[in-house]
Ligand binder design. Structure first.
Ligand SMILES: Cc1cc2nc3c(=O)[nH]c(=O)nc-3n(C[C@H](O)[C@H](O)[C@H](O)COP(=O)(O)O)c2cc1C
Length: 445
């Protein structure tokens, strides 16, 4: 007997077993046998995306000291390209050195744009070779400032939007550290625009002004307690994201800017975004929905929706069987986490069927995710599904679904958290069980 408040590992052999568990737990998750919608092209403005499957941004922490891709980064994007996904959302790339989350995070600047062009070209040529000359994935580069999670060198150098009593203690933020000033934020807007320009010179189709997972731009969305132009009211808290997006849109066109945005931080009000003022741990999507609608009305046609904080509430961000060392198994069944992801995303897109939304967090469902994703597409909750850990474990997932109509149970992530564990240890992240030759030794240290 399963119950919602007890964690349980994935144990379903087939769709019937998954469906029975969903019923038993009383969850609003749909499944459907027919996954053909995943392989249909998706229209985005004037562009055709070859299918409805995306690779989510997945950092490997394997760039060079100057921010260029390293050998493993090139390898990752060749594999992602060959895997056949219709859209590849390239991983977090810092707009300034001080905003890197680790000293090996990508960082794009004038001095290394040639290496980014090479990475993109290698990805595209691997896609052509594997899928045929007519297949060209849509490529988005994620632009970021890591905020309180910045670690550009050997030590953490947090940049905070405001003091958060829960998160300050996790990175030893001193009570007298000043939050980033309004003037510094305005200079940072210039850095986002400059990085966008470089990304377009390199050949990316679009850039993402990253606003998720409690990095700087996401933290600003919840800056209720911050004074000045970027805190307090809804207008002020959303100002930084809107100004970055607006300036990129004005200079390069509305179809070239998107955002990966949290719709629910899972972090109590008033310190969380998408949280209820009366019941501080419950979701309230009023503001995220308003922001999504305003960005869409301003011309944004694509958004990637996600939630949680991978450092603080990882189960909200990515349901798992096993936590990282020292992490917790939450008091919830991972299917409850899956329901939160699909149902809040569905609510966030409600009434905006012209907006292409990419859904996140499906990898725990192993070989059964295509049936849940197809059902969500049919219900109008999402238009595309994005795969994170699945892409690390078996980058060829989209090609396999296109060729066989299913995903082999041996070709899926087992949510063991080893990739996240490596990241926390400061190593180069990848799939330990299925890419063992490369990442086994990294994991073992
Ligand atoms: C090792 C690792 C690296 C990640 N890197 C990024 C990143 O660069 N940018 C981002 O927005 N999310 C990142 N994520 C989050 C994933 O994109 C995704 O939202 C999460 O893993 C849940 O999706 P999944 O169930 O398909 O794995 C990362 C996750 C992991 C485990």
């Amino acid at each position: 007997m399963s119950d919602r408040n007890t964690h349980a590992p994935f144990r379903f052999h087939n769709l019937d077993e998954l469906h029975a568990a969903i019923q038993e737990l009383g969850l609003d998750i749909s499944v459907q046998d027919d996954v053909s919608c995943l392989i249909q092209p998706v229209q985005l403005g004037g562009r055709t995306i070859p299918n409805a499957m995306a690779v989510q941004p997945m950092e490997g922490c394997d760039g060079e000291a100057d921010g260029s891709p390293g050998e493993l980064t090139y390898r990752r994007y060749r594999r992602f390209g060959a895997g056949g996904a219709g859209l590849i959302w390239f991983e977090a790339c810092a707009v300034v050195e001080s905003g890197r989350a680790n000293p090996r995070q990508l960082w794009l600047h004038e001095g290394n744009k040639g290496s980014f062009a090479l990475m993109l070209e290698e990805c595209l040529s691997a896609a052509r070779e594997s899928m045929g000359a007519g297949h060209r994935p849509f490529n988005v580069l994620q632009l970021t400032h890591s905020g309180r999670y910045s670690k550009p060198g050997d030590t953490f150098v947090p940049v905070i939007a405001y003091h958060d009593p829960l998160l300050d203690q996790t990175r030893s933020v001193s009570p007298d550290q000043p939050p980033i000033s309004d003037d510094e934020l305005k200079r940072l807007e210039d850095a986002f625009v400059k990085s966008a320009r470089l990304a377009f010179e390199v050949g990316f189709d679009a850039v993402d002004v990253k606003a998720c997972h409690r990095y700087l731009n996401n933290e600003l969305l919840s800056a209720h307690t911050r004074p000045g132009e970027f805190g307090g009211s809804y207008e002020n808290r959303t100002r930084f994201l809107k100004e970055c997006v607006g300036r990129i849109r004005q200079e390069f066109g509305a179809d070239r800017v998107t955002t990966r945005m949290n719709i629910f931080d899972g972090h109590p009000y008033p310190y969380g975004w998408g949280m209820d003022a009366v019941n501080p741990n419950a979701p309230d999507l009023t503001e995220p929905k308003r922001l999504i609608r305003e960005l869409h009305e301003g011309g944004m046609g694509l958004m990637n929706l996600t939630m949680g904080n991978p450092y603080f509430t990882p189960h909200i961000n990515r349901p798992y069987d096993k936590p990282i060392t020292g992490g917790n198994r939450p008091n919830e069944h991972p299917l409850v986490g899956e329901e939160r992801l699909v149902s809040l995303t569905r609510q966030a897109r409600e009434g905006l069927l012209g907006l292409a939304v990419i859904g996140s967090g499906y990898s725990w469902l192993r070989h059964l995710w295509p049936y849940v994703a197809a059902a969500e597409i049919s219900r109008g909750g999402i238009q595309m599904v994005g795969m994170g850990r699945q892409a690390f474990a078996y980058p060829g997932f989209a090609k396999e679904i296109m060729e066989t109509g299913r995903l082999d149970p041996k070709h899926t992530c087992i949510s063991c958290s080893c990739c996240s564990q490596i990241m926390r240890q400061g190593g180069t992240a990848g799939c330990v069980p299925f890419d063992a030759e490369v990442y086994g030794p990294v994991y073992r240290g």
